[in-house]
Design a protein around this ligand. Structure first.
Ligand code: ZN
Length: 243
């Protein structure tokens, strides 16, 4: 969207032409002569504002003009809805928020920082899952060991010709039982730690992976960064995301 901004010839009002449609801003004779006229015949104006998904850009259209953004003289620069835009040597202040409201401007927000947030979460989750898998395998191995020791206890009663002293049997039974209890408790603890760690990770992620619109700030869900980037919109407040 392109907005041409200049002084209206007769009434000295500020004129904003949006895609060929004129809007008059401010009362009559409010704009000083140092602001260039808008000429409908050739489209000449003082400056123009270009609004795209990358944000808002202001361009001075004639090097004889002065255009100021936040007090600095500029030829072309990026601006925000809160920038102070002044035209001409008299530094006539443009009511930017009024103009943006008039054209139904919806601000767009950068989400570049969210790539790092997503990548960090994704990696941490994978690490947690791998750790958990490793623990599960360890538990399986421990289960087998426990069964083997039980077998050592059972063998002498099935095959009495293998002499195993009573005291050794007692040691093996106690050992197998102890091992069983130990692995059972340990396994339970480890299950908990995975759930707790995953919950902590998710909670932190929910705090960080949020819509950059200060009026929204809602969690964007467990949706990969690339999907959100392609969607270009917040699913909660419907605001636009920059490319
Ligand atoms: Zn939002």
């Amino acid at each position: 969207m392109e907005l041409l901004i200049g002084r209206e010839q007769q009434g000295n009002q500020l004129m904003v032409v949006v895609d060929g449609k004129p809007y008059r801003i401010d009362v009559n004779n409010s704009v000083p002569d140092s602001v260039s006229r808008f000429n409908p015949s050739n489209g000449a104006a003082h400056c123009r504002i270009i609004i795209s998904t990358n944000g808002i850009r202001l361009e001075n259209l004639n090097e004889m003009n002065s255009t100021y953004v936040n007090g600095e003289s500029v030829e072309s620069c990026r601006i925000s809805p809160t920038s102070v835009v002044e035209l001409g040597k008299d530094q006539y202040r443009v009511n930017l928020s009024k103009i943006l409201k008039l054209i139904g401007y919806q601000p767009s927000y950068s989400i570049k920082h969210l790539r790092r947030v997503w990548d960090r979460y994704d990696k941490a989750l994978l690490r947690l899952q791998l750790e958990d898998k490793k623990k599960q395998n360890q538990q399986k191995l421990q289960g087998i060991l426990s069964q083997v020791s039980m077998l050592c206890v059972i063998i002498p009663s099935v095959m009495p010709n293998i002499p195993i002293p009573a005291w050794l049997r007692a040691v093996l039974v106690t050992g197998a039982l102890g091992m069983g209890i130990y692995f059972y408790i340990k396994g339970n603890k480890e299950d908990d730690s995975f759930i707790v760690k995953k919950r902590e990770l998710d909670e932190q992620f929910k705090e960080d992976y949020i819509c950059p619109n200060p009026k929204c700030k809602k969690f964007l869900g467990f949706t990969p960064y690339d999907t959100i980037k392609t969607r270009k919109k917040c699913g909660m407040c419907n605001c636009n995301f920059q490319n």
